[in-house]
Write a protein that binds this ligand. Structure first.
Ligand SMILES: C[S@@+](CC[C@H](N)C(=O)[O-])C[C@H]1O[C@@H](n2cnc3c(N)ncnc32)[C@H](O)[C@@H]1O
Length: 206
């Protein structure tokens, strides 16, 4: 019962337990997100968004990796938005970072705003996910990049345990993710799979 309540905070962090979960994710996802970010070669984005930004640690990493870019963190949870603002307070007052609250399936952003949109450990919860991927597609520039980084590849034994305790967690196979992205309009989808750790990084080009 407590496990379900606590891990429910991965979907939408809420209250005190949500804050604990956020800190846990900021640390626990560090190696996975570093691995994901290592695939972002050959791009020089000036407008970046991290959708489902959680505690904002990946927003901070993106600012470090692309120091000339503006980075927007976007999440529908009050707690995630609050923690992301705290972690990135200096960059927000420097005017290079923005944290906005809302749902990824219906964002407030104009067409073709971003060069790069990232999604770490979050697409499992997104509405659709086709509706949400279409929204990413709409808000990306014509040569934009969407990167998904997941610690579950749809085939590990470990993830089946989490599927039972996290309501709303939808696990996708590599083929399913590729198909949804292509249906959303992405021309080129490249998938990197660490078969031992069961991690995946998907790079989709508009
Ligand atoms: C498991 S956490 C991952 C957080 C962060 N990206 C990380 O890697 O540590 C998932 C996050 O996605 C957010 N999220 C889930 N569905 C969302 C949606 N439909 N719109 C916006 N944010 C969403 C949750 O609020 C939560 O902060």
């Amino acid at each position: 019962m407590f496990k379900k309540l606590f891990f429910g905070n991965t979907r939408k962090p809420k209250g005190f337990l949500g804050k604990i979960m956020i800190n846990r994710m900021n640390e626990g996802h560090a190696k996975l997100s570093d691995w994901g970010l290592s695939h972002l070669t050959d791009i020089n984005p000036s407008e970046i968004a991290d959708f489902g930004c959680g505690g904002g640690i990946n927003v901070a990493k993106l600012i470090k990796l692309f120091p000339d870019a503006k980075v927007t963190g976007f999440d529908y949870s009050n707690v995630s938005v609050k923690e992301s603002k705290k972690v990135n307070a200096q960059k927000i007052s420097d005017g290079i970072c923005n944290i906005i609250q809302g749902d990824v399936s219906k964002t407030p952003f104009e067409n073709e705003k971003f060069d790069l949109i990232t999604a770490f450990e979050t697409v499992y919860f997104w509405p659709g996910p086709l509706t949400s991927f279409k929204e990413v597609y709409r808000t990306l520039k014509s040569d934009g990049t969407f990167m998904i980084v997941n610690e579950f590849d749809g085939i590990s034994e470990r993830e089946k345990k989490y599927e039972k305790i996290i309501d709303g967690l939808k696990l996708y196979s590599n083929q399913e993710l590729t198909d949804y992205l292509k249906q959303a309009g992405f021309q080129c989808v490249i998938l990197f799979h660490d078969e031992q750790k069961h991690w995946i990084t998907v790079i989709a080009k508009k």
